[in-house]
Design a protein around this ligand. Sequence first.
Ligand SMILES: [Zn+2]
Length: 232
Amino acid sequence: MSKRRQLAQKVANLFIVGLGLTILISFLFQPAVAKSPQSKTQQVATSIGWQSASFPVENFQAYTSGFGYRTNATGGSGYEFHSGLDMAAPRGSYIRNWWTGVVTKVTDGGACGTQVTIQSGQWQHTYCHMEGKVEVFNSTRHMSDRAGGIQLVEGQTIPAGVRIGRVGMSGRTTGPHLHWGLKYNGNYVDPAQVLRAMFAIQPAARQSSSQIKRQQTQIKIDESKFIRDSGY
Ligand SMILES: [Zn+2]
């Protein structure tokens, strides 16, 4: 074997050993499906003007399930990604629009139940398990909750704080609660972080000061948009 050939062989062997090691290492450290999820900070969401944002539910009782990975909510084995924050409130309690925006989607029948999605700039907010159902008139989609006196239509602009529905039991749920989901630029955000940021701003904003109004709020984005909606 020529010297050159021997060297090439050595390099090739090293490459194979290296490749094997890499595979072994990635196999060893690969979490079994989503067992040890790593929070990847992809970007930082910024916002101003949350002093007029609304807490999303009336008669709030407790946060019953946080954002992120959790054991299967309905008793199955394994982990699932919970894409929002669960907020318990008595059935029939009114849900309020978090921030001024346009109704982009109303739907029903899935795990999320009767659902309203509103877009406010780069922010998308979703409300699940509501009372009411979807009705289609003249090819426009409405969310109708007649008993609650609510009717929304896709394309409608809704101011912050306006009642947009009521807490129900539609979809996959074991008790009445609002599942509140938030995305920024298509990526999930922990709604609890947003609430904390709102609470931090709002008392300060009430004491006036235009400085605070211009202050930017930064929210870390924890999860990628590529995570499928598996838990409501
Ligand atoms: Zn939920």
